[in-house]
Design a protein around this ligand. Structure first.
Ligand code: AMP
Length: 191
């Protein structure tokens, strides 16, 4: 059985860090819509230019755009995927289920990194200094992203709970401790 994992969590929860460890240690393919959108901006594509202002405000880009990005990437194939920053709305989750079905596979589980808001803000401001990401440098934009997460993305917990695929993971601790919690959960599923 192919393993397809969704890493859920508010901005700053450590999804990207943990996803890249899962790539290294489990050979999964990381699909990050945030990285894809940033790449589209940098290369100056028409879509990249269209989404730039939305991202800079800390709002979500349209479902249609991100679903299109994932659809293209899934068509290239892979042994198993780790979805990082996608889905972020129920419409995206429904589209993902349908796309995976067409590829004769399905989501194995959703692992949600849980981190208190004050810790998220501290981490994001630090990352802003180090990475230069504009959306990590402005406290108002960070706050907006957390509001968007709570309003539109957190309801996905329920969506995957209904499918018995949801697991909350304590997202505070060392990178290795958190990774250990994630892999313990993943190993409950047949490889
Ligand atoms: P991230 O790197 O995942 O924090 O994403 C950075 C920004 O890209 C977000 O604040 C959104 O503007 C946009 N974005 C990334 N993934 C999605 C998604 N699945 N749905 C809508 N907007 C997204």
């Amino acid at each position: 059985m192919t393993i397809n994992i969704i890493l859920l969590g508010p901005p700053g929860a450590g999804k990207g860090t943990q996803a890249s460890k899962l790539v290294d240690e489990r050979g999964l393919v990381q699909l990050s819509t945030g990285d894809m959108l940033r790449a589209a901006r940098t290369s100056g594509t028409e879509m990249g230019q269209r989404v730039a202002a939305v991202m800079d405000r800390g709002e979500l880009v349209t479902d249609e755009i991100v679903i299109g990005l994932i659809r293209e990437r899934l068509a290239e194939g892979g042994k198993g995927f780790i979805f990082d920053g996608f889905p972020r709305t129920t419409a995206q989750a429904e589209a993902l289920d349908a796309l995976l079905k067409r590829h004769n596979t399905a989501i194995t589980c959703m692992l949600a990194l849980e981190v208190p808001d004050e810790e998220l803000i501290r981490r994001l401001l630090n990352r802003g200094k180090e990475s230069g990401r504009a959306d990590d440098q402005d406290e108002k934009v960070i706050a907006k992203r957390i509001v968007e997460y709570n309003a539109k993305t957190a309801p996905l917990k329920q969506y995957y709970s209904q499918q018995q695929k949801f697991h909350g993971i304590q997202g505070v601790g060392t990178i290795d401790e958190i990774f250990q919690s994630l892999t313990t959960q993943i190993d409950q599923y047949p490889a």
